[in-house]
Design a protein around this ligand. Structure first.
Ligand code: GTP
Ligand code: SPV
Ligand code: MN
Length: 623
């Protein structure tokens, strides 16, 4: 192994020894300690282009942008192969895969043996949260993927500044990642190396003092960019429980009213259920403004100075869902990925640009789909593509439904000036939501914190393509949108939410709401226009925060009166709105029964305050 001199940059002896130990075992050809510079990124990208793995996009149309196609089997998170490993199985809880840490380490250490043969070991020091903020946390990821290095540079604060802190003795989480595809001498590499499903492992070790992430076999998104879901949610949620804060799957937005009053809102929606879109929304209501603080993850602390809950976005970029992102639905996201962006699994056009379904522009006459095959504009529908050169035949998904753009947060035209504030932003409202085709109304406010926690715990959604699953489209319970991301027993997590409510005076707690943009009519069409029109719901949320909203008390919570949502200039009719704001009592009885059933697996670990709320709502529905 040729050991590059840049290992000398690591002056923290413990870190150096750890890197060396792993390198001796994984046997890479060389080691590179990443400095996080643009030059380093450019050189890595150029090398990937040179070996035919990445495509450089048209420099005029998409400056500094690349297209990458993953292996067909490696397109999303793999929940079935994701583990929480702690000594006591009950501490991982019934919603996580569990294995004894010693046993898992044995299996994975064996997999890591020689796994980087023929490859480079990149050492990625990174910070989740602004460098040096007291709320930030550090990590070091060892990986053999240049794609991971480049994506981590966009998604985290990566390189020398983070290494400096670690060299000075700051704590950090140790993360191993390998695509799990060693190269024998003379063997040619494939564009996207990865291991078969049964060899993939995404493992979080969560015992106190033992926090670590070991990932093997996948190069994609949340499986491989270990600062994101593995650290900022699974490890962080376990740390947060111990340390008295929260790590949540939430966007953070700043909402400013026509009266120039600003509010900070966080929202937990499951994967591919609208966080990025809400975080960057262009309100259709005149005079309202949305600015972005974060689009996926929020770390929330009780702030000593303001006495309120404060949120920071630990990330530095967006790993956003491409399909559906259009000039109409989310112009700010499109602008954010105009330059310096990595696109994964979208369509390549003949002029070196990209395209995806529902981009709001007609499909190109010819393109290359995410699998690398020719595709053509459909004759029947100009915004769809087909495999036949004559434009006939079945529509295909030319961009994978979970295709993504990785773009720097600072490129978002509506990034809020507070987005990197080391103290975070004070949270005025928390929204929960998901894709619910029936029963769940457009918006509903909790009567108090415990009811809000109940609402979050009762959240559910149709499973989306953000995960490799045979349940796509089916509704599953996804409490607080954290089902795949909670690093410990979910019942204890509910208890922690309740406890956080004790850290702040009742009148300083955020108000909690449940929203649903995804109700469908009998023909399967969305009943609510969504996107920018969601500002109409946010307006009511602000009125409710001010105690000025027009409300009705219902068995399920506090809801807008039929005329309380501003529909001026909106395509939705008052009749449809009324339907969206009606409590379907029979549907809700089933809903509550479903929640109760979903709690059975937790035994008596569900907090009494939640059981009481459920009983209260059931009783009100039965009246
Ligand atoms: P992750 O990055 O996986 O966590 O997803 P996300 O929650 O950020 O979801 P995102 O905003 O990327 O939206 C996912 C999909 O939902 C896109 O195809 C959007 O077009 C669609 N979507 C977002 N908001 C709305 C809405 O208000 N109404 C409807 N009908 N679709 C929406
Ligand atoms: C999600 O699935 O919620 C994502 C994408 O944000 S990933 O980074 O793959 O987890
Ligand atoms: Mn997400």
């Amino acid at each position: 192994m040729s050991c590059c001199c840049c290992l000398d940059k690591i002056t923290n002896p413990e870190l150096k020894a750890w890197v060396k130990e792993f390198a001796d075992h994984a046997t890479p050809d060389k080691i590179v300690v990443c400095n996080g510079s643009q030059e380093e990124y450019d050189a890595l990208a150029a090398a990937e282009v040179a070996r035919g793995a990445w495509i450089k996009l048209n420099e005029e149309k998409r400056p500094g942008c690349y297209l990458v196609r993953s292996h067909e089997s490696d397109v999303a998170r793999v929940e079935g192969r994701t583990y929480i490993c702690c000594k006591n199985k009950d501490d991982a809880g019934p919603t996580n895969n569990w294995m004894d840490p010693t046993e898992m380490k044995k299996i994975m250490w064996e997999l890591y043996k020689g796994c980087m043969k023929g490859r480079t070991l990149y050492v990625i020091p990174y910070s989740m949260g602004p460098i040096g903020s007291p709320l930030s946390k550090l990590g070091v990821e060892l990986t053999d993927s240049a794609y991971v290095v480049c994506n981590m540079r966009i998604m985290t604060r990566m390189g020398d500044a983070a290494l400096d802190l670690i060299n000075k003795g700051a704590e950090y989480v140790k993360c191993y990642h390998s695509v799990g595809a060693p190269l024998e001498p003379g063997q040619e590499d494939v564009a996207w190396p990865c291991a078969p499903m049964e060899k993939k492992y995404i493992t979080q070790f969560t015992d106190p003092g033992e926090e670590a992430i070991w990932s093997f076999g996948s190069g994609y998104g949340g499986n491989a960019l270990l600062g994101k879901k593995c650290f900022a949610l699974r490890i962080a949620s376990a740390l947060a429980k111990k340390e008295g804060w929260m790590a949540e799957h939430m966007l953070i937005l700043k909402l400013t009213s026509p009266e120039n009053k600003s509010y900070f809102v966080t929202a937990a929606f499951p994967s591919a259920c609208g966080k990025t879109n809400l975080a960057m929304m262009l309100p259709t209501l005149p005079g309202w403004k949305v600015e972005t603080c974060g689009d996926d993850i929020a770390w929330i602390h009780a702030d000593k100075n303001t006495g309120k809950l404060h949120a920071i976005n630990p990330e530095n970029g967006f790993f956003g869902v491409a399909p559906g992102t259009s000039k109409v639905s989310n112009p700010n996201a499109l602008e954010a990925c105009r330059a310096n962006t990595i696109f994964t699994n979208v369509v390549l056009t003949d002029d070196g640009d990209i395209w995806w379904e529902d981009m709001g522009v007609p499909a190109p006459a010819h393109g290359i789909d995410w699998k690398g095959n020719d595709c053509y504009a459909s004759k029947e529908k100009p915004n769809k593509m087909v495999a036949n050169a004559d434009g006939t035949g079945e529509f295909i998904k030319a961009a994978h439904p979970n295709s993504r753009f990785t773009a720097p947060a600072e490129q978002c035209p509506v990034i809020a000036k507070e987005w990197e504030d080391p103290a975070g932003v004070p949270v005025d409202a928390i929204l929960f939501g998901g894709r619910r085709p029936s029963t769940i109304p457009l918006v509903n406010m909790a009567t108090d914190w415990a009811h809000g926690v109940y609402m979050g715990s009762a959240a559910g959604s149709e499973v989306t393509a953000a995960v490799i699953s045979d349940q796509i489209g089916q509704v599953r319970r996804d409490p607080m949108a954290m089902l795949p991301f909670c690093g410990y027993n979910m019942a204890d997590y509910f208890g922690h939410w309740l406890a956080m409510g004790e850290k702040v005076a009742a009148d300083k707690l955020p108000k909690v709401f449940f929203v649903n943009w995804f109700r469908k009519d009998a023909d399967g069409n969305f009943m609510w226009p969504g996107f920018g029109d969601n500002s109409r719901v946010l307006k009511w949320v602000c009125e409710a925060i001010e105690g000025k909203a027009s409300t009705k008390v219902t068995p399920i919570g506090i809801m807008p009166t039929d005329d309380a949502i501003d529909l001026a200039g909106c395509e939705t009719t008052p009749e449809t709105l009324k339907e969206l704001l009606t409590v379907d009592v029979e549907g809700w009885k089933k809903e509550v029964a479903g929640v109760k059933e979903s709690w059975e697996k937790f035994g008596d670990r569900i907090p009494a305050a939640l059981t009481a709320k459920l009983a209260e709502i059931t009783e009100a529905l039965n009246k």
